[in-house]
Write a protein that binds this ligand. Structure first.
Ligand code: GLN
Length: 297
């Protein structure tokens, strides 16, 4: 832990969502869960933070459970982009303007538009229940201030959505979609919750304590594969080489790691590198992976 703390000085807290700029850049925490009911943690593992892009993994799993692969992958592709997570450029150059994968914002917005429910309240409550079940934590909620702060400033995500609506990738009201998406991104967890979610994904979608199946194993496999190819945005290639753990980051500084058949890892470190990944989190995962030989490759 001491080895990685120094790296926080080189990073910057995200401020394009104003509420996220309140985070303390010096924070670093990690939890590791091996299925034996208690987490091994270091740092302030009770610190709450929002899922942000980590939620994309969970909405993908839910949308696949709701509709199956054929429907979901008619709206979103399976290829890494090599572009920043909020880029619009490939939407225009791809025919028929389908977002390239579900881990970039355009693809995640398309996936969120697929979540079943008769209202945003019902869709959000289904997603919250899903996150609560995967983490074994019934008290998980979303942070209203962070959701509101993102909703008020999400013009780029609105632009992506309008572009996709024009091209028939999504339908319906764009602000309704943004309302759900910003609440999904504002779901609040701590490192232990993330470690348990990582464990569930690492174990074919099993409940982290009770071991019954929450996500069908084929969907858990598919989601982990996206974590490898696109989980760290346009740093995914280097991350696969240096770390080799299926993982997903968010601009709040959270990272979830799922070592297949083994541990789940939850990290918080809000100082980010230039690609939007937790700078200390990436380093910590690199050290953990080499010390305990966790790379899947
Ligand atoms: N990379 C991220 O975590 C991005 C999520 C954020 N809510 C956004 O859409 O910009």
């Amino acid at each position: 832990m001491n080895k990685v703390k120094q790296f926080t000085k080189k990073g910057k807290v995200a401020d394009y969502i104003p509420a996220l700029s309140l985070a303390n850049p010096a924070d670093v925490a990690v939890s590791i869960y091996d299925g034996t009911n208690t987490c091994f943690s270091e740092g302030n593992h009770n610190q709450l933070f929002t899922l942000q892009s980590i939620s994309k993994v969970l909405t993908l799993a839910l949308a696949l459970m709701d509709h199956g692969e054929e429907v979901v992958f008619s709206k979103v592709g399976m290829e890494p982009t090599g572009d920043p997570f909020n880029s619009i450029s490939k939407l225009e150059s791809q025919i028929p303007s389908k977002p390239l994968n579900p881990m970039i914002n355009a693809g995640a917005l398309a996936v969120t538009s697929l979540i079943k429910g008769s209202s945003n309240e019902e869709k959000l409550s289904r997603l919250l229940d899903f996150v609560r079940e995967l983490s074994g934590n019934r008290s998980i909620q979303f942070n209203k201030e962070v959701a509101q702060s993102e909703f008020e400033t999400a013009d780029l995500n609105r632009a992506l959505s309008y572009f996709m609506k024009q091209h028939g990738v999504i339908s319906g009201d764009v602000d309704e979609l943004l309302d759900l998406y910003t609440k999904q991104c504002a779901i609040e967890v701590n490192c232990e919750d993330l470690a348990k979610i990582g464990y569930a994904l690492a174990h074919q979608g099993e409940h982290p304590n009770d071991k019954y199946s929450i996500i069908p194993s084929e969907i858990a496999r598919l989601v982990k594969t996206f974590m490898v190819t696109c989980g760290m945005y346009n740093a995914s290639g280097e991350f696969a080489i240096r770390v080799g753990i299926p993982a997903k980051s968010g601009v709040s500084g959270g990272v979830v790691g799922a070592v297949p058949g083994n541990i789940g890892i939850g990290i918080y470190g809000p100082a980010l590198d230039d690609k939007g990944n937790s700078i200390a989190g990436m380093k910590l995962l690199e050290l953990l992976s080499s010390r305990y030989q966790l790379s899947i490759f």
